[in-house]
Ligand binder design. Structure first.
Ligand code: NAD
Length: 260
């Protein structure tokens, strides 16, 4: 029988994080979903996941732009379930503008949410994993953690930072039964990507279908979006015994983007 673990997924009331929550819940693990909001819908979402998969899922509010709240998310999850075994750093936002037009406060926010939050959650979770003699950290980076695009300076910087931080964490835990890896998705059709479509349609005077094919998926050779289920499945694999010796690396789920 598979061992039941406790997983914390940051930024998981939507998109990829929610897909990962479903995938880990389907494995029978306890799951903590999170965002910065504290609405009835957030708690209802957790109940829905529990009901669907017969596991225990709870919602914990914490703002990943604030270091103390990142650390508190991990300790509250441990208070509830005893320890945290799987940490998925997924929370992320995007802003598209040339460097000279990029609002400095938006730069700070993206660096905080997309990169520094992983430092804080790992700082809180790794000692628990060491003590419990098992741990998996999966950082959701991006194809933009390995390559760049114009007008996404903060996002590309943060995601490259996450890839670097993943390697450091893997080396610091190499002799412990803990692995730290990053998944680098290409385009996945989630609210984060959906939000970029109207502006791009206006900018290039294109219809939606043309924007998807010729702009968004221009660099994704498969010409298909990756799905949240595929990212969830990759997390489940990284948490399995088969992945025990996979640490400090990146797994691209990008339809060939980074092979170009
Ligand atoms: P999304 O907008 O659907 O989800 C982002 C999640 O982060 C939401 O649950 C949101 O509530 C949460 N969040 C935002 N700010 C937060 C904060 N301050 N505190 C806590 N939670 C916060 O986007 P997504 O596409 O599912 O993105 C998830 C992750 O995947 C991000 O890190 C993103 O960079 C990465 N990613 C996405 C794609 C893609 O094509 N969608 C590709 C590569 C990487």
């Amino acid at each position: 029988m598979k061992k039941q673990r406790t997983a914390v997924i940051t930024g998981s009331n939507s998109g990829i994080g929610l897909g990962i929550a479903h995938a880990l819940a389907a494995e029978g693990h306890n799951v903590v979903i999170n965002s910065y909001t504290d609405n009835d819908e957030d708690h209802a979402l957790a109940d829905e996941i529990s009901k669907k998969h017969g596991n225990q899922t709870i919602y914990i509010q914490a703002d990943m732009s604030k270091g103390e709240e990142c650390r508190a998310l991990v300790s509250k999850a441990a208070d509830r379930f005893g320890h945290v075994d799987i940490l998925v750093n997924n929370a992320g936002i995007q802003h598209v503008a040339a460097i000279e037009d990029f609002p400095p406060e938006t730069w700070d926010r993206i660096i905080a949410i997309n990169m520094s939050s992983s430092f804080h959650t790992m700082a809180a979770a790794l000692p628990m994993m060491r003590e419990n003699k098992w741990g998996r950290v999966v950082n959701i980076a991006s194809a933009h953690g390995l390559t760049a695009s114009p007008y996404k300076s903060a996002y590309v910087t943060a995601k490259h930072g996450v890839v670097g931080m993943t390697k450091v964490a893997a080396l610091e835990t190499a002799e412990d039964p803990i692995t730290c890896n990053a998944i680098c998705p290409g385009y996945v059709l989630t609210p984060l990507v959906e939000a970029q479509i109207p502006d791009t349609m206006k900018k290039y005077d294109m219809d939606r279908e043309t924007v998807v094919r010729e702009v968004l998926l221009e660099r994704q050779p498969s010409k298909q979006f990756a799905t949240v289920e595929q990212i969830g499945g990759t997390v489940v694999f990284l948490c399995s015994d088969h992945a025990e010796q996979i640490t400090g690396t990146t797994i691209s789920v990008d339809g060939g983007w980074t092979a170009l």
